[in-house]
Write a new protein. Structure first.
Length: 279
């Protein structure tokens, strides 16, 4: 008799039955990882999800652009009647409490997307200021853990400053730009985008301060980012960039610190603090 299990897929595409004890074993491993202090994450699934959303938004933006150029989004003037056809009057709306809603033109839509977006976050983290500073200041390692960072190469470095070439991918868009990074150990890391074609403005600021009294291996992390895309086409990616990258940034650096420095200090729930602001 076949034991009760969960359906799985073999390499040849055929269904198979996975015993429950194997299924639950995997769950226990994931739970063990969470208990060890390192958050469980599936970067591959997150990247696939973001790629689908970015592709859909880009296709929609291209449709809007082509529709605008063809006059589909503009008001239509009177049209000539074809010979041999009877003109049909459009239905009239009787006067009443309903008011006409003005149509939103394509260029008005462009103005709404061109606004600069800002996000800030403050939280208590179970790592020291020195540990978190080392992770954030290690720009050359960003390609290993920062969401959607495909390349990170430091081309110039001196005390308190470095210049790095970064590549950020939002399929099917990949942006290469130069990042100018200033730092004050172990309190501050600030990075500004230059020589880029995707962003009109991109700046990130990390500040580290002492954490909870009585918990020496904790610190308060203040993270802020502001960005603005250059073109309307790329602005369609703003919501995806905001949701899938910006909101995951602090957690990505926290996971990196966990990998380099071990499990974070356990903080009582009543002492935990997490505050988010965005515009």
């Amino acid at each position: 008799m076949t034991s009760l299990g969960v359906t799985d897929t073999l390499a040849n595409g055929g269904p198979a039955v996975k015993p429950l004890h194997q299924w639950h074993g995997g769950c226990e491993e994931r739970r063990a990882g969470l208990r060890a202090g390192c958050p469980s994450v599936s970067p591959r699934r997150a990247e696939d999800k973001m790629a689908r959303r970015a592709g859909s938004l880009l296709r929609a933006s291209r449709y809007l652009s082509s529709s605008s150029s063809c006059g589909l989004l503009m008001g239509r003037g009177p049209q000539q009647q074809a010979p041999g056809r009877v003109a049909v009057a459009p239905p009239t709306v009787p006067p009443g409490p309903l008011a006409a809603v003005p149509a939103r033109g394509f260029f008005n839509l462009a103005e709404s997307f061109s606004k600069r977006k800002e996000y800030s976050e403050r939280r208590i983290i179970g790592f020291s200021m020195q540990e978190m500073y080392a992770v954030v200041a290690g720009v050359e390692d960003y390609r290993h853990f920062v969401p959607w960072c495909k390349k990170s190469e430091v081309v110039f470095k001196r005390a308190g400053f470095c210049k790095a070439k970064l590549s950020v991918g939002f399929p099917p868009v990949v942006e290469n730009y130069t990042s100018l990074v200033t730092s004050v150990r172990p309190h501050l890391v600030k990075a500004s985008c230059s020589e880029g074609k995707l962003f009109n403005h991109l700046e990130t600021v990390w500040r580290f301060s002492p954490g909870l009294p009585g918990y020496p291996r904790t610190c308060t992390v203040d993270f802020g980012i502001s960005f603005e895309f250059r073109s309307l086409l790329h602005s369609q990616l703003a919501h995806v960039f905001f949701d899938e990258v910006v909101k995951q940034m602090v957690s990505a650096f926290e996971r990196r610190a966990c990998k380099l420095h071990g499990a974070e200090t356990s903080i009582p729930r009543e002492l935990m603090f997490h505050e988010v602001h965005h515009t």
